[in-house]
Design a protein around this ligand. Sequence first.
Ligand code: G3P
Ligand code: CA
Length: 254
Amino acid sequence: MIELNYANTGKILVQGHRGAMGYAPENTMSSFVLGYELGADLIELDIHLSADNKIFVMHDSDVSRTTNGLGYIENLTSSELEILDAGSWFSDKYKGEKIPLLKDVLEWAHDKINLIIEIKGNPQPNNLICEELLKQVYEYSMSDQVMVISFYHQSVKDIKILDSSIATGILYTGSPIHPCKMAIDAYAESIRPSIKYLTKEIADKAHKDGLCVSAWIGNTEKEFQTFVDAGVDSIGCNYPDRLRLWLDNHGLGV
Ligand code: G3P
Ligand code: CA
């Protein structure tokens, strides 16, 4: 299982958010490879199910922002998704970049880098996605190399019910009264609030309850410091090299 409880050891992990989305088109193989090369300890990515039940890697449920196509992934088939250009919107340098299938990312990451896989949905994740995700994780023998996270806490719980050995985490924004209880109710091991909603009190309580704490997104030195002061175990960053350098210079790098 991925271990994220680094705060005790005075170390913090670098999560490459959607790969290295500050430098390359988010959630593409180029972005993941770059994130790895720039020193990320973990690569974060987002997944959806297509109309023919294949898992594609993309943030939005609608392909129009990050490809030259139109429509929702859930209504498009693999053959319709595979021909889309997921790179030109970012820059000509990435023209022809494909929307990756999850299995492409697993194949690349296997024995190389751990993955944080976020289940997306529109408005809820498709019920089949948890089983299909685990099937692929098993195919690449990566149970101890992935963590599954989501804003949809039922999906997080479903993963854990299907396989208690898979690391999981709940994402949230806003100020729930009991964020740690939310994680425990979902059988998760980590809380993952957005930067605005993380406080030291919440992080301390989470660690006391045996939970890890990861927060997103920190891209500037001021934001890195805010996260460190709160006591996180990992930080999601669009520019993994910036965070890597900053942590290493402060003796906080893994
Ligand atoms: O890792 C958590 C973060 O990625 C959640 O927000 O919108 O970037 O998927 P979003
Ligand atoms: Ca995400």
